[in-house]
Design a protein around this ligand. Structure first.
Ligand code: ADP
Ligand code: NI
Length: 216
């Protein structure tokens, strides 16, 4: 039964994300799903809730829906009801989808459930390291942003509105988000993985500036 729900969800998400920007496509979902299962093994939590939330978490990213944050929960609720998922499970999954985003982090309730912490950590781990670098440059290219401009300072976006409006450079996104993620992780297991990925980004940036400035 549960196996069927997971397989149906995989099929559904693959169809929905067909043609998505490469940083938010099925392969991103697949990595977050695998990372979530690994973190669940280490940290506990309800596996079905975690798997469903991981698979559905980017089903309709507001970035790609004119900022509309209600599309994702509407689509997910409809899908889970069709699958006859228990109401209690459905509500837990929808709560995660509503509250896990980086840009909403200041509005999210305190005392988050373990299942949310795990999927959020998995999503954040996929935003750092080599994959994080690749996704970020892909997204910047998709937006036609500059890779780097030494004259544009990073902005510490305090509000969600600031963050969404940002059309800064891709290198600045490292200072505005990616390098902050390590300290925002919830679980010990995710923090362990993040350490190496964080160091790798620092190494990348050092190399980037060295080549940019053509210093020998
Ligand atoms: P969340 O969905 O957790 O609120 P985002 O969708 O804003 O977070 O970010 C997900 C990923 O998309 C980032 O880790 C990054 O790779 C990419 N991204 C988002 N905003 C930018 C940006 N302004 N420049 C480059 N990459 C970005
Ligand atoms: Ni994601």
């Amino acid at each position: 039964m549960e196996m069927n729900i997971i397989n149906n969800t995989i099929q559904f998400v693959k169809e929905k994300l067909d043609g998505a920007e490469a940083g938010h496509d099925w392969f991103h979902i697949e990595r977050v799903w695998k990372l979530s299962r690994y973190l669940q093994k280490r940290e506990g939590g309800d596996l079905l809730v975690i798997e469903l939330a991981a698979l559905l978490h980017d089903i309709a990213d507001p970035k790609f829906h004119d900022g509309d944050e209600t599309v994702a929960t509407r689509i997910a609720t409809e899908f889970l009801s069709e699958q006859k998922v228990e109401q209690e499970i459905l509500e837990k999954v929808i709560f995660i989808l509503k509250n896990m985003s980086f840009k909403n982090r200041n509005d999210a309730p305190k005392d988050l459930p373990l299942e949310l912490k795990i999927v959020q950590d998995a999503d954040r781990l996929d935003a750092i390291g080599a994959i994080g670098i690749a996704r970020t440059f892909n997204f910047g290219g998709y937006k036609n942003n500059l890779m780097y401009d030494p004259a544009i300072e990073p902005q510490l976006h305090q509000s969600k509105e600031d963050y969404k409006k940002s059309n800064g450079t891709t290198i600045n996104h490292f200072y505005e988000k990616l390098l902050l993620l390590k300290d925002l992780l919830n679980t010990g297991a995710a923090k362990e993985i993040a350490e190496h990925r964080h160091q790798f980004m620092l190494l990348f940036l050092a190399e980037f500036y060295k080549e940019w400035n053509v210093t020998f």
